[in-house]
Unconditional design. Sequence first.
Length: 284
Amino acid sequence: MSTKTGEPRSFIEIVVDGAVGWMILNRPERLNAMNVQMLEEFSSALDELTANELVRVIVIRGAGRCFSTGYDIERDSREISEHADIVTDFDRLVQNVDRFAGLWDCPKPVIVAVHSYCLAGATQLCVFADITVVADDAVIGLPKIPVGGGYITPLWTWLVGPKRAKQMAFTAGSSISGRTAVEWGWANYSVPADELMQNVEELANNIARTPASILRMKKYAVNRIADLQGFRTSISYGAETDALLHAANAVKFLSQGIRDHGLKEAIRLFEIGELEPDLLQGEH
């Protein structure tokens, strides 16, 4: 029997079903774009499920039409303009990544179920999860307008290798299907979209049959190898390059375009070449 639990939240819902705790990204009217409040609620919800002794496995999914379109770029463009100081911007970016690193540090297995769109910052979340299951027709991709750089795809490198990470990073709006994500090693496996949630539920319940203490040490053992290979020390590198790029004329130009025209129109203008930062004098 499933029950909703925990403190009231606006954008994250928790449902506990036996030994499985579901964390639901619940801002469907904005395609689960992650604003500041949702990110803060994400951290508190993860803490709640981690502390719940009845929960052995955590599953994250999105409500509505898609998993998540990533960070709220319209909000981010305003924050970029407000954070003229690179160090302050860097701290903000690291804080976002650290929230998702909480999945890596969580003593319980974390599964992510991806349907439809999983874009930009939402792909960071998936990298830190233990298991990612995707719909065959899911779209996993990067922002359609380059208002930063190096924040997302360095984390992809651990899963898909440097050449494929560069292939994704160099073209704005690049994306792959769920099937391709599996072939590349970004996701564990894919299933037809209409079977996704049932499949993930069965997987989570099968994992939950193993005692919590054993699951914890199994996860610790694998994570330790990845950390010895450099995963832990590399997770903030993307924040460094992103903070530097936010001070570049090209990014300031594109961010101002989002503020002036709105995100959808700015993307359209960028795609047809009418929002072109390379026309700026002194931009190389």
